[in-house]
Each structure stands twice: as C-alpha cells, then as structure tokens.
Design a protein around this ligand. Structure first.
Ligand SMILES: Nc1ncnc2c1ncn2[C@@H]1O[C@H](COP(=O)(O)OP(=O)(O)OP(=O)(O)O)[C@@H](O)[C@H]1O
Ligand SMILES: [Zn+2]
Length: 640
C-alpha cells in the first residue's frame, strides 16, 4: 500500500516523533512489580530469622561465679574468654568428662570485684585455654544489628522498587534517565502530505491556516497575530484524522509528535502530567512543531463521566497539565496541538475554551466522489488492469471510511498475488469488497434440508427487498456461509442517502424480517438463524420510535438518547418508555404481518428464487431479479 497504517509501537516513551530513531528496547519492568516487593520482604525476613537462630546457639546460660570455680576445679572447663570481669566459657566435651558437669556446655559469668582467688593460676593448672577472642560471638551485638538493619533494608528495597516503577513510567526517569527523543525531519519523499488525503477537502482547507502558520511563524509574529493553540479533529474511526494531522506536519515540513491520550495514564497519579510536560518541552525545543494527541476523550471526558483508564485524579491531572501547557502558549512559539476524538459529545467543555482546542473540525466519512479519490490514492502503487472501474466500486460502498477503503484496495492486491496475476482486476476488487462487507467465505458442508431452509430464508429477505417500493436494490444473494451467517442477502443503495423516510425504514424492517417470515410461511418453524436480523429490526424500530419522532403516541421527542451507554437515559419518564416499547412492538408486528402476507401472495416467486439459489448458491443482482421474475434494474446498471 502506498501509505500503510503507521505501526503501533509499544509505548516505551509516551509519544512518537516522526523519523525519530527506532524505539529503544521495550520498557524494563521491575520483575514482578509489587509481587517482587513482597518477595524481597519475605526473603529479608527469613534471612534475618535464620541468622538470629544461628547465633542464638550461643545463647549461653549465665552461671554463678561459684559454679564456675567448681567447674574449673573439676577440670571441666576447656576454654574461656574474658574481658574485664566478664567471662565466657565452654566446657569440655562430654566424652572427656564423665561426670560433674552441668546441663550446659557454654556459659557466661561475672567475676566479683572482691574475688581474691588466683584465677589465673587455677586456670593454667587445669590447662584451660584462655583467649582474648570471644569463644562464641556475642549474640546481642550482631542480632541487635540485624534487627536494627532489617527495617532499613526493607525500606531501601521498597524505595528502589518504587523509584524503578516511576522511572519506567516516566520513560526512563528517576533511575535510568534516557536521553529525550530527537525528532528528525522525515525524508522529503516519504512525507505525508495533503496529496495522500482525499474526500475531506473542506477539512484540508481549514487546516491550511495551520500549515501556513507553521511555515511562516515569523510573519504571524510580526503581525502580532495569535494562532489557535489547538485544533480538535472530531469524527468516526478510520476517517483519516491521524492521517490529516500527519499531513499537516508534512505540508509544513515540521516535526510531528504523536501520542495517544490513553498512553499517558498510568496507575500512579502524577505520572501522566509529567509525561505531558516532557512532551511539550521536547516539542518547544524544535518548534515549529506539531503535537498530535489521539483519543483525547479518554482523558478529556466531562468530569464524573466515568469510564476511561486509571483513576479520576490521574486523568484530571493529566488533562489539567495539557490545558496548562496550552494556556502557556504565547501564541508565537509555533507549537500547534492537534487532537482527535470520535466522541466529541462527551468532552469536557474546558477543552474547547478559547486558547485551547477552540477550533473543532468535523471529519466525516467520504461521499461517492471522495471514496473514488481515496481508492485512487490507495491504488496508486498497484498495477490495475484495464477493466477496473473505481467509480463503480465507489458507488457501491456508501458509508465506508477511508480506512476501510484502504483495506479494500489491499485485500484486492492480496487476492491478485494469491492467484499469481500480474495485475489487479475488477473481479479482485469485488471479491475483496464481499470479503470486507460480508466476512470471508466459510467452507461448510450442510445437510440438504438445512440448505433448503437457508435458501428460503435468504430468498425471503431478497424477495421482500425487491418488492418494497423505494428500497435499496438487492445486489447479491448467497447461501454460501460467511462469517457467522449461513447465508447473506446484500442490498446497498444506488447513491448515498442522508435521510431516510418512514416508508424506507419500514421497508428495511420488512426485508430484515423476510428470512424469518419465509421460514414461517414455508416450513412453519422458527430457527435461531434470525438472531442478527432481529437485532437489526430492533435497532431500526427503536430509532423510529425513540429518536426520529415516527410514532404518534410517543410524539416528536427524543425518548431514547443516542448514547448507548445510557440506553434508557435522561429525560424520558418510565411511562414514555413503556409507550416506546409498545410502539416498537406495534411497528414490528405490523411489518411481520406484512412480510408474511407478501410472501404468501408471491409464493411462486419465492419458490423460484429459492430453487435458483439451491442450484447456483450465489445469485448476482441481475440473476436474482430474473429468477424472481421482477423487473427492476438499478440506475447504476442501466447507466453502465
Ligand atoms: N481521507 C482519507 N484519504 C486517504 N486515506 C485515508 C483517508 N482516511 C483514512 N485513510 C486511510 O486509513 C488509514 C487509517 O486512518 P486514520 O488512522 O488516519 O484514521 P483515524 O480517523 O485516525 O482513525 P481512529 O479514530 O481509529 O484513530 C490511513 O492511514 C489511510 O491509509
Ligand atoms: Zn436473515
């Protein structure tokens, strides 16, 4: 592909700068983290105990001086150590002394100051070894030392662990500080520019000011003009927000720092803020530059909005740090922050205040012309055969985003390679499209009865799709299993639709119920095969009643907000919600009845379509309409 999606790097440092040296080795975590800490504590504790118990062998009894004299006289003492008046000693081994011993082998005693015995003479007479070194090491000193040291050791271990964790979290902070990244300009040829972006020309226009500012910051500075510190790109996933940000940097020829907001958040409060500070400091050093923060909604949610990573405090501190950095822009520094979100609706209003992300740019999925242009970009480096008609592909892919189209082109190229072709053909593109839209074909041997039922199920969908006035044409019917489905009926509109009529929506519900209705009409059974059909039906009916004001009884109000996290949210009273339920039921029941009636009335068509499906497994648009005996060619087929 000409512009492959940027590789997702593991965040050793929280941001990436374009063309910067490859990321250093993955971040070294303290083995085990807190587990390691506990282990260390345990080991220290056990060691201390061991040492203590070893020395406590020398836990000699204190005997009276009289007793000591007696033992010396009896010739039981083998050696002593004396310091001042304190005497430590050891008796001879049991074998050497048959009797007259106490129940101890080592001892200490104190020689009274008034003792006037001639101890020295006595000892030499009895051949007692007298040394200046302790016979056994003093317990008190060493054990006390250990006892005193153990908590210290523990503290030191703890400190090292925490410091390392923080260090790792801050991208090599406290202990092992790595040099900060040097953003290198991307080679001219590989730069992403607006030429790599298509279908969102209005947005490019809005970002042109930013490019101009980054190119000539001095001109703006002379005029005393302030540029917006931040631009928020809002739009669904895959519409090219990241690509756009990169293209702005490429057009202006400035370094591009990119980070995902979720990567800032660690469990330790304050780390995220530190990372933000570092990131901005780096960008300022090489200004003019662009900082791109993806998924800003993960930290920029309305306070108390819930969700997200890390604690609330951490999120808030990180967010505040970003805001502080942006407030600190003097306006001529030349650092522009671009942020992306697909949930602009949940963002904290503090983010969009003047001087912050005060420009919000909507990035929408491309229209037909845009899709064609995007396909053209992503097939730039793919050899295409003469029969390839990108306009036609663009026409049948409403709703697909740039990312999906890029994927489509790639799938087609893979298909061509698999079949050892030298060029990509239209056939490669359409089978790639099927694969992208329907999931890959799944070889599965089905018993005849089940195949027949599937054929009727799909025929029901298809026939009703053909019969509803104003419905999207049926493009393809198949009973070749794909993904989770046993069969598929594909209908897509001729042109992009932006608003839907009630009639159209009812037609969609009838079509979706067609599979179930056919099984009911023909076999009088209900199977599990209609699960995803019913999901579709439910969401359509819910929208009609709860959001689009298509029920008289509920009226023209939003009973069910779009936010799926609060399916029955906010304003509506329980009474209203009951009515919503009733009305959804009524609409679906009416549609189901209509579906069954239409199928009964057109039983011959249903049978013919099912038979053709059983025989051919897959019917393209034309063949399907022919089999059903219905004459309706879509506009795009009649026009070529
Ligand atoms: N308008 C477009 N023109 C050309 N290519 C596009 C366009 N939109 C998307 N693409 C392709 O899709 C890829 C992914 O798009 P990108 O990552 O920029 O989307 P995004 O909006 O940032 O998505 P997300 O919200 O998931 O991060 C791009 O690298 C590019 O190849
Ligand atoms: Zn179905």
């Amino acid at each position: 592909m000409s512009t492959p999606a940027p590789p997702r790097q593991t965040p050793d440092k929280p941001w990436r700068s374009e063309g910067a040296p490859p990321p250093p080795s993955p971040r070294k975590r303290m083995p085990g983290g807190w587990g390691g800490l506990i282990l260390t504590a345990l080991v220290v504790y056990l060691l201390a105990n061991l040492v203590l118990s070893f020395f406590s062998e020398g836990d000699e009894p204190t005997i009276s001086y009289t007793e000591f004299s007696r033992q010396v006289d009896a010739g039981n003492v083998s050696k002593i150590y004396s310091k001042g008046d304190a005497i430590q000693g050891q008796l001879k081994k049991e074998a050497d002394v048959p009797g007259g011993k106490g129940d101890y082998t080592k001892f200490t005693t104190q020689r009274p100051a008034f003792a006037d015995d001639d101890l020295w003479a006595q000892l030499t007479a009895k051949k007692v070894t007298v040394t200046a070194k302790p016979v056994v090491q003093q317990r008190s000193f060493l054990s006390n030392l250990l006892i005193a040291l153990a908590p210290m050791l523990l503290l030191i271990a703890l400190w090292i662990l925490v410091a390392r964790r923080m260090g790792a979290a801050m991208g090599g902070g406290a202990l092992r500080r790595k040099p900060p990244p040097k953003p290198v300009e991307v080679e001219a040829g590989k730069r992403t520019t607006f030429a790599d972006v298509a279908g969102i020309d209005e947005v490019e226009g809005e970002l042109n000011d930013v490019v101009d500012f980054l190119k000539h910051p001095d001109a703006y500075r002379k005029m005393g003009a302030r540029m917006p510190g931040g631009v928020l790109l809002a739009g669904p996933p895959g519409t090219g927000k990241t690509l756009l940000a990169r293209a702005v940097a490429g057009e202006a020829g400035v370094p591009f720092f990119s980070a995902s907001a979720s990567e800032f958040i660690e469990m330790i409060v304050g780390v995220g803020a530190g990372r933000v500070r570092e990131l901005f400091a780096e960008a300022r050093k090489v200004a003019p530059a662009i900082i791109f923060i993806d998924e800003i909604d993960t930290i920029g949610r309305v306070r108390g909005g819930g969700g997200g990573l890390g604690g609330h405090d951490e999120r808030e501190q990180t967010l505040n740090q970003i805001l502080t950095e942006m407030d600190g822009f003097s306006g001529s520094e030349g650092v522009v922050v671009l942020a992306a979100t697909n949930r602009a609706d949940v963002l904290d209003p503090a983010l969009t205040r003047p001087g912050r992300f005060d420009r919000v740019v909507q990035v929408s999925p491309p229209d037909r012309a845009g899709r064609e242009a995007i396909l053209r970009i992503h097939t730039r480096e793919i050899p295409l055969s003469g029969d390839v008609d990108l306009a036609r592909i663009a026409r049948t892919t409403p709703g697909m985003t740039g990312a999906e189209l890029a994927n489509l082109a790639n799938e087609a190229a893979l298909n061509a390679v698999k079949h050892h072709q030298s060029e990509v053909t239209q056939q490669d593109l359409s089978s790639a499209l099927e694969k992208v839209q329907l999931g890959a074909e799944r070889p599965l041997v089905m018993p005849y009865e089940e195949r027949r039922r599937t054929a009727y199920h799909e025929s029901g969908h298809a026939l009703l799709g053909m019969l509803q006035p104003g419905a999207d044409p049926v493009r393809k019917v198949t009973i070749v299993p794909r993904g989770r489905a046993l069969g598929v009926t594909l209908s897509t509109p001729d042109a992009d639709r932006y608003a839907y009529t009630e009639e159209y929506l009812r037609g969609r519900i009838i079509g979706a119920l067609g599979g179930m209705a056919a099984e009911h009409v023909v076999f009088s059974v209900i199977t599990t095969g209609a699960e995803s059909d019913l999901e579709q039906v439910t969401s359509l009916a819910r929208g009609m009643v709860g959001r689009w004001g298509m029920s008289e009884r509920v009226g023209r109000l939003t009973a069910i907000p779009m936010d799926s996290q609060q399916p029955y949210g906010l304003s509506a009273a329980p009474r209203t919600l009951d009515t919503v339920d009733d009305e959804m039921r009524r609409i679906v029941d009416e549609c189901y009845e209509s579906a069954c009636r239409q199928l009964r009335d057109n039983r011959d068509r249903l049978d013919a379509l099912a038979a053709a499906l059983l025989e051919n497994e897959t019917l393209e648009q034309e063949a399907a309409y022919q089999a059903a005996g219905i004459n309706r060619l879509s506009k795009d087929d009649s026009s070529g």
